[in-house]
Design a protein around this ligand. Structure first.
Ligand SMILES: Nc1ncnc2c1ncn2[C@@H]1O[C@H](COP(=O)(O)OP(=O)(O)OP(=O)(O)O)[C@@H](O)[C@H]1O
Ligand SMILES: [Mg+2]
Length: 311
């Protein structure tokens, strides 16, 4: 039930990262549902330029059209949306009231989660360019609601590319999903270190930028970044031995996950069939994860402060 704590995630942008196939989209859908159950206005922004299927996993009747079309297409094909690495300037019109955004660019799930799709490369043809413009939309898009600011979950594509393009600067929290593989554990460590560097004032690469104003702008954007920290969720955990091993390996690197999502065959079956995901097997844990998010979201926490509740 909504209470005072629930308000703490209003207006926050949470970016979900992790290695390929670790469960980013699954966690995005399950968190969106749990947040909605708790009374939030929830936006889910699909920022994966390749994979499809999030609409079905959420149970929306009709997938929204990509925001890339609304914002005028990619610069490489004569459109107006640029890559944030070449052109860090903010996306014009990115802070938009959902009443002003045509309905075809937004879809609601039966429970009222708002889904947006940044853009997809699949139909752009060979030689279309890079997906940087999609990353710019993911970085800057902030829908406005009438009553309250929504909590926004951004489901990123696998790996580091979008964070290296500067998507971290527009997020309040980074969530790294860790499946039971050493690659996923390493990515969690790297992401934690990357965010630590940003918070310590490390500026982006700008040697390629010819105009000094662009260098100034991107440096300012990095200095003003409000990212508060990185949180970690273990996913697809099959048994106690696996959980123990991953937990201990993470602990050796000073990382304590805020939750553990079990391997649930009904989730993989839903992805196989293109059916909506049901959080049943993990409901209690998801609620605990959201409560932890609410607890840490209201203050600027250091990594040492972010501790899950004792179970
Ligand atoms: N908790 C889980 N229990 C069972 N299967 C899971 C779970 N989480 C993810 N999966 C399986 O792993 C696959 C990949 O999950 P998902 O698409 O969420 O990962 P992803 O990180 O978003 O992948 P990508 O990098 O391709 O975007 C799913 O198709 C599903 O079969
Ligand atoms: Mg995905």
């Amino acid at each position: 039930m909504p209470d005072k704590l629930v308000k703490r995630l209003n207006g926050k942008r949470l970016g979900i990262f992790g290695k390929g196939g670790c469960g980013k989209s699954t966690v995005a859908v399950l968190l969106a549902k749990t947040l909605r159950n708790r009374g939030y206005d929830v936006c889910l922004l699909d920022a994966d330029s390749t994979n499809v299927g999030l609409s079905e996993a959420l149970g929306v009747d009709k997938a929204p059209k990509p925001l890339l079309d609304y914002y005028g297409g990619m610069v490489f094909s004569g459109g107006s949306v640029t890559c944030p690495v070449d052109d860090p300037t903010p996306l014009v019109g990115a802070h938009i009231s959902i009443d002003d955004l045509p309905n075809v660019y937004q879809s609601d799930t039966p429970e009222g989660i708002h889904l947006f799709i940044a853009g997809k490369m699949g139909d752009k043809g060979p030689g279309a360019g890079c997906d940087g413009p999609i990353a710019k939309i993911a970085r800057d898009f902030r829908p406005r609601f009438i009553d309250e600011s929504p909590v926004t979950l951004v489901d990123y594509k696998a790996g580091f590319e979008d964070s290296a393009r500067g998507n971290i600067i527009s997020l309040d929290w980074i969530i790294v999903v860790i499946d039971p593989t050493s690659a996923a554990i390493q990515m969690a460590i790297n992401m934690r270190d990357m965010v630590d560097q940003l918070k310590a004032g490390r500026l982006p690469a700008t040697a390629h930028l010819e105009h000094p104003d662009l260098v100034k702008l991107v440096n300012r954007l990095y200095r003003e970044a409000e990212v508060k920290g990185v949180l970690f969720i273990m996913n697809r955990v099959r048994d106690e031995e696996t959980e123990w091993y991953v937990r201990h390996t993470l602990a050796d690197h000073g990382i304590e996950p805020i939750g553990v999502i079990q391997d649930d065959p009904s989730l993989s079956m839903a992805w196989l069939k293109g059916a909506p995901l049901v959080e049943a097997a993990n409901t209690h844990e998801l609620e605990r994860i959201v409560e932890t998010l609410e607890k840490v979201a209201g203050r600027i926490a250091t990594r040492a402060e972010i501790k899950p509740e004792a179970s």
